[in-house]
Design a binder for this molecule. Structure first.
Ligand SMILES: Cc1ncc(C[n+]2csc(CCOP(=O)(O)OP(=O)(O)O)c2C)c(N)n1
Length: 577
């Protein structure tokens, strides 16, 4: 790649030597390297292409790290990384994996937090600015937050406190008119009016909260951003800088398909086409089949998403049943508590969540659903032990959900079980039911005698029983193939409350009970089983993830480290019988 100007940039200070024309040329070079890498590795496309100019301008005018920028989600921090000593991770294929996809303090003094969930930047910036003042330090503090992330409650809590601060704080609202999908909520009519009136509309959320405000129409123009930053650098009070940018700027497929190119798997740069499209039936299809069955049968369902309709392809449902479809914005708390309100009125809402983002709504799950025993169904995706950044781990959902009194957490192993569990959840009124959507490919097996709370004994053997949660059933079967005796294999189904009758029945002809779960062991399913057998002669072995934030280890490395390969499990079993 031809990057003559980028080649001269190692630190932000190098930018200060460049002319405006050279900075404009640099933006072109950066877009080229961003696209070159992300088309091969996958990653956030549109968010990064949209902030190239404002990032270059920030690092040209301000003096990072004395002046500090906090990126919301930090999924748009690629250009920031390129300009702060990490360009090799884009220029050289051998170094692609050197950096995380989010800000990472261990990588650079220009990064302050491990972030990956939305709407935290303003609160973090209010903390940094107030500490700076207390400590008598200097330097600008700037939060960069997307329009979508403003719908998260914490962003509004941050704005509320920002308005009370009396010194430097810049809140750059990067308004590209999109979250992952389109924005939802009352805030966005106001933002549109501000864009349409060049910031003059009196319908101004920020001013209403007591904040100073300034609008910038062309956020993808280097000169405009340089001039703007020059003017507000060292401002002596909090200000909202509302900057209009284009998501995907400079790459037509990303501009034309903003939702698809928010985050993308590897794609062909020339056409924007996915290199390895998924084919065949998915659990999403299975879920939609059940949704349609329930809807046609008159079950009073609603489908709710917190701004990730693509995760379950929910627009499919929304198109058919627009009145029963709710995208509440990036607001997991609202998604759960709105569901609680609907359930109280006799509806059977289904909240479609990703395990990692659902962490935002722990109190809502516990109080609004758990204490109130409201029959809300929660679909939980992403439950797996797999490579990823520490902010996006899918291993904490079992501990989070299975320990809330009155909340049932079910782990299906097949599509038949998934549908039966949805049906069960939608036709009971005892309390919330969460369902862990299996993370492996679709499995199918005839279902007889379904009882959500009764363990399903799939194979009756002796000596050893293997209780494998959801997606790990195929692993239990592989383990069985390598054992020289017939073990009992059980699909526990309900991973929040033990089927004690089945566990007790194992005591007479089993000496070892093995649990397998694709989740953190602490607070998980296996621990419950071990506690159950604590005072008996039955020994237990729990397989799952350690209690820690995994950080980009490969899936293979994690499975080996946690002794989750069939060979390792067989060895452990043989050593214990
Ligand atoms: C708490 C939480 N919920 C959901 C997500 C998934 N997510 C990542 S980025 C994003 C959209 C952010 O939109 P916006 O703030 O407008 O930034 P843009 O990508 O448009 O630049 C969402 C929903 C998340 N990271 N954290």
């Amino acid at each position: 790649m031809n990057t003559p100007i980028l080649n001269t940039i190692d630190q932000p200070a190098d930018l200060k030597k460049l002319s405006r024309e050279q900075l404009t040329q640099l933006a072109k070079e950066i877009r080229q390297v961003l696209l070159n890498k992300v088309s091969q590795t996958g990653g956030h496309v549109g968010p990064n292409l949209g902030v190239v100019e404002l990032t270059i301008a920030f690092h040209t005018i301000f003096n990072s790290p004395t002046d500090k920028v906090v990126w919301d989600v930090s999924h748009q921090s690629y250009t920031h990384k390129i300009l702060t000593g990490r360009k090799e991770a884009w220029l050289s294929k051998d170094h692609f994996d050197d950096v995380s996809g989010y800000t990472e303090p261990e990588e650079s003094p220009h990064d302050y937090f491990n972030i990956g969930h939305t709407s935290t930047s303003i609160a973090l910036a209010t903390g940094m600015a107030s500490a700076r003042d207390l400590q008598g330090k200097s330097g600008n503090v700037m939060a960069v937050i997307g329009d979508g992330s403003l719908s998260g409650g914490l962003a509004l809590e941050g704005l509320n406190i920002a308005a009370t601060l009396k010194s430097n704080l810049i809140i750059l609202v990067n308004d590209n008119e999109m979250a992952i999908a389109e924005d939802h909520g009352g805030i966005y009519e106001g933002l549109k009016e501000l864009r349409d009136t060049n910031g003059q509309s009196s319908h101004n959320l920020f001013k209403a909260m007591g904040l100073d405000y300034r609008y910038v129409e062309n956020g993808n123009d280097i000169a405009t951003m340089l001039d703007t930053f020059k003017e507000i650098k060292d401002i002596d009070h909090p200000i909202v800088l509302h900057v209009h940018t284009e998501k995907g700027h400079g790459y037509q497929p990303a501009v034309d398909h903003k939702e698809a190119f928010h985050w993308h798997v590897p794609f062909d740069l020339a056409t924007g086409k996915t290199l390895h499209p998924v084919t065949g039936e998915t659990y999403t299809d299975v879920i939609h089949n059940q949704l349609e069955k329930e809807f046609s049968a008159g079950t009073p369902i609603t489908a709710i998403t917190a701004a990730i309709p693509g995760g379950y392809d929910l627009k499919r449902f929304g198109k058919k049943h627009p009145k029963n479809y709710f995208d509440v914005g990036i607001a997991e708390q609202e998604s759960i508590t709105l569901a609680a309100g609907q359930a109280k009125m006799g509806m059977h809402p289904i909240a479609f969540e990703s395990g990692t983002f659902l962490q935002r709504a722990y109190d809502q799950l516990s109080h609004d659903l758990g204490i109130n025993k409201l029959p809300v169904t929660i679909m939980v995706s992403g439950g797996s032990i797999s490579a990823g950044d520490p902010t996006h781990q899918g291993i904490f959902d079992i501990a989070m959900l299975s320990n809330i009194p009155g909340l049932t957490y079910l782990a299906p192993t097949t599509k038949e079980e998934l549908q039966a569990m949805m049906h069960y959840a939608l036709h009971q009124n005892n309390g919330p039911v969460a369902i862990r959507v299996p993370s492996n490919g679709v499995h199918s097996s005839e279902l007889t005698d379904f009882d959500a709370h009764k363990m399903n004994v799939l194979q009756k053997g002796q000596k050893v029983a293997i209780l494998s949660v959801g997606s790990l059933l195929p692993l239990a079967q592989e383990v069985q193939n390598d054992l020289d005796f017939e073990a009992t294999i059980i699909d526990p189904r309900d991973i929040s409350k033990l089927d004690e009758a089945t566990l007790t029945s194992l005591e007479k002809d089993h000496q070892l009970v093995v649990t397998l779960e694709e989740a953190s062991l602490s607070g998980g399913f296996g621990e419950k089983v071990s506690r159950f057998y604590g005072n008996t002669d039955v020994h237990t072995l729990n397989f799952g993830a350690a209690k820690r934030f995994n950080d980009r280890e490969t899936t293979d490395e994690l499975w080996h480290e946690f002794k989750l390969t069939p060979e390792q499990i067989v060895m452990e079993i043989n050593a214990n019988v």
